[in-house]
Design a protein around this ligand. Structure first.
Ligand code: NAD
Length: 261
């Protein structure tokens, strides 16, 4: 177990990729702070499930990461509960699809605040403790959209390109402090969010489920397979290992070949 006696905070970990990462860190012995929105009973069942299954401690923070004033409290919860924050994953993110001229300003502001600025504020709060302990791992969930664009996703693409740049700058700044900063950039990952889009797309385009999956969702993904949340989480665990100590400032694609094209 590579994370025994360490603490991991994963933003946006009440579902999808973030929850898989929190569970994978707990499996490696870390105490975890989970965060995000959802039904209280679902969140409590995810939290207590982690404690029961992996024999670690898990606490939940309801911090809204679009609000910088709530972010300091998220990091403090980790430090107060477990004595340190050693692994920080900036994973919370949302999407909105619209032509630029119709893109609601509030949606632009929300996506930049959540998908980009929140990572700046969490790092600002967590790095001082990591520097004192001379060890830290910051992992940012970016996206294939940190390398390439798609139309109608202007805010998401801008934020994801931005987080790749923030990752490089932070990686350089912290290179001599035992702290690595990297992005994982998935292509399409099989999450409830993706699955739930299928019925509407089937109806809207008159397609079968297989057609929606292959011709719409996986159109850009050469392997024609979804990435799994467990695969993304396994890469995050690897980035926490000693074997990954010389990987920093990197943006690692896990996209079935999408950005090789
Ligand atoms: P998801 O919707 O399952 O998870 C998003 C999480 O963020 C949830 O826990 C949600 O409650 C939380 N969240 C939303 N708004 C928040 C806020 N204001 N404050 C705190 N938490 C908030 O989605 P996912 O697919 O697991 O996405 C996780 C990350 O992976 C995102 O950054 C997303 O851009 C990225 N990503 C996803 C895919 C994919 O195909 N699913 C592909 C590439 C990148």
């Amino acid at each position: 177990m590579i994370l025994k006696e360490k603490t991991a905070i994963v933003t946006g970990s009440t579902s999808g990729i973030g929850l898989a990462m929190a569970r994978a860190f707990a499996r490696e012995g870390a105490n975890v702070v989970i965060n995000g929105f959802g039904k209280a009973e679902d969140i409590e069942s995810a939290r207590s499930g982690i404690e029961a299954e992996f024999r670690v401690k898990a606490v939940y923070s309801p911090a809204d990461l679009t609000r910088p004033e709530e972010i300091a409290g998220l990091i403090k919860l980790g430090e107060d509960s477990f004595g340190s924050v050693d692994v920080l994953v900036n994973n919370a993110g949302v999407q909105y699809v619209s032509p630029i001229e119709d893109f609601p300003a509030a949606k632009w502001e929300q996506i930049i605040a959540l998908n980009l600025s929140s990572a700046f504020y969490t790092m600002q709060a967590a790095i001082p403790g990591m520097k004192v302990r001379k060890w830290g791992r910051v992992i940012n969930t970016a996206s294939a959209h940190s390398f390439v664009a798609s139309p109608f996703k202007s805010a998401y693409v801008a934020a994801k390109h931005g987080i790749a740049g923030l990752t490089k700058a932070a990686g350089l700044e912290l290179a001599t402090h035992g702290i690595t900063v990297n992005c994982i950039s998935p292509g399409y990952v099989w999450t409830p969010l993706v699955e739930s889009q299928i019925p509407d797309t089937m109806k809207a385009r008159g397609m079968t489920k297989e057609q929606v999956m292959n011709d719409v969702l996986l159109a850009a993904q050469p392997t024609k397979q979804f990435v799994t949340v467990e695969q993304v989480a396994a890469l995050a665990v690897f980035l926490c290992s000693d074997a990954a100590s010389q990987i920093t400032g990197a943006n690692l694609p896990m996209d079935g070949g999408w950005t090789a094209q």
